[in-house]
Ligand binder design. Structure first.
Ligand code: FCB
Length: 447
């Protein structure tokens, strides 16, 4: 079988800070990513997302490209500080109007909008009050979410609360390589807990909103965590890594509990977050309608006494490695899909991100021949077909990304887009993969 079901959504994804630009204070409040990129020494090529792809001014052209490719869905995020410059309190009408125009245009073109509420750009004013480690941030987030439901809920039927809380807290607050650039295990785990709390509060706010007819879910980055060897120590390390990365989020969202082995480990390491009575039942009482999976690669894990939590990643030589240091492993997507289907009984699954980057040369003559991207996407789409054949409810696939954009700590070096962006002139040009994806969508299948 190489045909996708009739309702399968073929899409592409982006995020506000990575594409919008228009960072002028008259257009939005500052976020932690403005502070972080402007700190200097934080981004590989020394760039910022100040202009990014200038999508704020060029969204019409971008929607035109989406329609040309034939996208059925477009996943993007709202910039919280564009709507509420200080995160709470007064709102910015220009920002509200921008998303109104974007949503209306998408719908006019028959492209279904999938809206992420939080893709990492916390308003700086809230970081100044303690960021995600401050429990109040969960409430501020739920209030902002409620505002978005009121503003756009009449037209938006697909909502995502958080994008990858693991990455936001691990890269941002353990490794310090993403905003807010903190290195503190306790701060990180408290932040992750407060994000989950904010997630549950937002789901609850959605059910009480004026237009609750759509669906709401969360997006998690999930990875197989395989042991580096047969040794008992490495196998236990892989189980812990899986707990740290996958179960720490899947268990509370789908079961309303934290995994016991991980709670014991975090108690031992002195970094177990404060969980108040009622927090976990709030999660249990507010189930999601779908799970968004961002899938890129697997981890190979070893026991490591020198690592803060006792395990670390092994990077075998000889593997194919992307410019981001990631090892593609399409087979692992099936492993993840089978697992969430069987162990968590996830009601509906979307692949909300999947893609590959290279350092492609600037577009001078002709189109970029990104066959490696075509092969990567085809391999993952094939896995989706196999999962569907096994009765797993995968109902959509969103390529990361529509456009080459600001790739966080890696700046503009990795290019993930179906469409090449010239970051000086902002000219967009289709790569070979964009034409290929258009044909896949038209056929609704792989050839
Ligand atoms: C994911 C992020 C997305 C993008 C891709 C490459 O972790 O959600 O914004 O950076 O990686």
């Amino acid at each position: 079988m190489n045909q996708f079901p009739k309702n399968f959504v073929f899409g592409a994804a982006t995020a506000a800070y990575q594409i919008e630009g228009a960072s002028d204070l008259s257009l939005r409040g500052p976020s932690i990513w403005d502070t972080f990129t402007h700190r200097g020494g934080t981004i590989k090529d020394g760039t910022t997302g100040d202009s990014a792809c200038d999508h704020y001014h060029r969204y019409r052209e971008d929607v035109h490209h989406m329609a040309g490719i034939g996208l059925g869905g477009y996943r993007f995020s709202l910039s919280w500080p564009r709507i509420l410059p200080d995160g709470t309190g007064f709102s910015n009408q220009a920002g509200i109007d921008f998303y109104d125009r974007l949503i209306d245009l998408l719908l006019e073109q028959g492209i279904v909008p999938y809206v992420t509420l939080y893709h990492w750009d916390l308003p700086q004013a809230l970081q100044d009050k303690g960021g995600w480690a401050n429990r109040d941030t969960a409430r501020y987030f739920a209030d902002y979410a409620a505002k978005a439901f009121t503003l756009y809920g009449d037209r938006i039927r697909h909502w995502v609360t958080f994008n990858e809380p693991w990455v936001a807290t691990t890269y941002g607050c353990i490794e310090g390589i993403h905003a807010p650039g903190i290195q503190d295990l306790s701060y990180a785990f408290q932040s992750a807990h407060n994000m989950l709390l904010g997630h549950a509060m937002a789901v609850s706010a959605y059910r009480d909103s004026p237009s609750p007819q759509g669906e709401i879910g969360i997006v998690l980055n999930l990875h197989p965590c395989h042991s580096a060897s047969e040794s008992e120590k490495d196998q236990l390390a892989a189980t812990y890594h899986d707990g740290f990365l996958n179960r720490w989020f899947l268990d509370p969202v789908f079961k309303g509990e934290y995994p016991e082995d991980m709670m014991r480990l975090y108690e031992e390491k002195g970094c177990m977050p404060e969980v108040l009575e009622g927090d976990l039942s709030l999660l249990k009482d507010n189930p999601v309608d779908f799970l968004g999976i961002n899938y890129y690669f697997r981890f190979i894990v070893q026991h490591d006494d020198a690592a803060p939590l006792g395990f670390s990643e092994v990077k075998p030589t000889g593997d194919q490695v992307t410019i981001c240091g990631w090892r593609p492993y399409p087979e692992g997507l099936l492993e993840i899909l089978e697992r969430v289907h069987h162990s968590y009984r996830v009601p509906k699954i979307l692949i909300t991100e999947n893609g590959i980057a290279h350092q492609e040369q600037p577009h001078v003559h002709g189109q970029i021949e990104d066959d490696y991207r075509i092969d990567y996407i085809a391999a993952h789409l094939e896995v989706c077909l196999r999962a569907i054949a096994k009765g797993i409810l995968v109902s959509g696939y969103f390529i990361w990304s529509l456009l080459d954009n600001f790739e966080w700590a890696d700046g503009y070096i990795p290019r993930y887009g179906l469409i090449h962006t010239d970051h000086t002139t902002f000219i967009r040009s289709w790569k070979k993969s964009a034409y290929w994806y258009r044909d896949v969508i038209e056929r609704r299948g792989l050839s």
